[in-house]
Design a protein around this ligand. Structure first.
Ligand SMILES: Nc1ncnc2c1ncn2[C@@H]1O[C@H](COP(=O)(O)OP(=O)(O)OP(=O)(O)O)[C@@H](O)[C@H]1O
Length: 257
């Protein structure tokens, strides 16, 4: 693993991170092993791997939502391990947007209030809620409550909430999981377009076609990075997922972070 300090300042940099959970009084299950990742400004990175390989856990750790056991994460210039809970909460509020797999919308608030909330909490000036809802094709549902929407519509509200807040780093956990292929392609296009300038997107997905639209794909197996591919096809990702041996990261285009 390359754990040296990066030459260009990435928006997100993680070196040698490991994460385990207790499964009994003395036993632990190891979910992430010695994972190193860097995300540059303007980059869209996808994380793929079999079910249970640790994709969501990695996303949560990178976003500062889960603490790691070992290793370092630098998020927007801040060393996450050293940050107090309060500092970490501010960092997440000001820098990070997260599209959760289960949407995490507030059921008592209307759609437009849900979308406005993170931007308001971050004290950003008048978030453009209507534009964000329009981007995901849900402007006509702005006054409804989340419970009146389908799962796929709620997923798009969760994305609109992030788009309205305009964070520098967007983390999206299976953002097309509940969507039909046309709507899924539209959502991916929005995420793709978001990753420009100072802004980056990190995406977890089972959909290898979706993953291949990122600038770089990270392949996880058994909690370890087994390959990182830049500008690859879905077929190449499938092959990498199948064939790369655990513990021996494959690198293409010198893309290993
Ligand atoms: N809080 C926890 N306590 C114990 N084990 C956990 C916890 N969270 C995750 N795990 C375990 O970590 C492993 C990786 O889970 P994770 O959800 O990160 O995988 P994934 O690749 O995102 O899976 P999927 O594609 O099915 O969503 C799984 O075996 C899971 O059971």
């Amino acid at each position: 693993m390359n754990t040296s300090t990066p030459s260009r300042a990435p928006l997100l940099w993680a070196a040698g991170i490991s994460k385990s959970y207790p499964t009994g009084r003395t036993e632990r299950v190891s979910v992430l092993r010695d994972v190193s990742v860097a995300v540059e400004p303007g980059e869209m990175v996808s994380i793929v791997g079999p079910s249970g390989s640790g994709k969501s856990t990695l996303l949560y750790c990178l976003a500062g939502l889960e603490r790691v056991n070992t290793g370092q994460i630098v998020l927007a210039g801040e060393l996450v391990e050293r940050a107090s809970e309060a500092r970490l909460a501010r960092l997440r509020r000001d820098t990070v947007g997260f599209v959760f797999q289960n949407y995490n919308l507030i059921s008592s608030l209307r759609v437009r209030e849900n979308v406005a909330l993170p931007a308001r909490l971050a004290r950003r000036r008048a978030p453009n809620v209507s534009a964000a809802l329009d981007q995901v094709g849900l402007l006509q549902h702005a006054r409804k409550r989340p419970g009146a929407l389908s799962g796929g519509q709620q997923q798009r509200v969760a994305l609109a909430r992030v788009l309205a807040a305009q964070p520098r780093l967007v983390f999206a956990d299976e953002p097309t999981g509940a969507l039909d292929s046309v709507t899924g392609a539209r959502v991916l296009g929005l995420l793709r377009d978001y990753a420009v300038g100072e802004r980056s997107v990190v995406l977890v997905t089972h959909d290898l076609e979706a993953a291949a639209r990122a600038d770089r794909a990270i392949v996880l197996r058994d909690g370890a990075v087994v390959a990182q591919l830049r500008g690859c096809s879905a077929a190449e990702l499938l092959e990498a997922q199948r064939s790369a041996p655990t513990g021996a990261p494959a690198v293409r285009d010198g893309a290993l972070a």
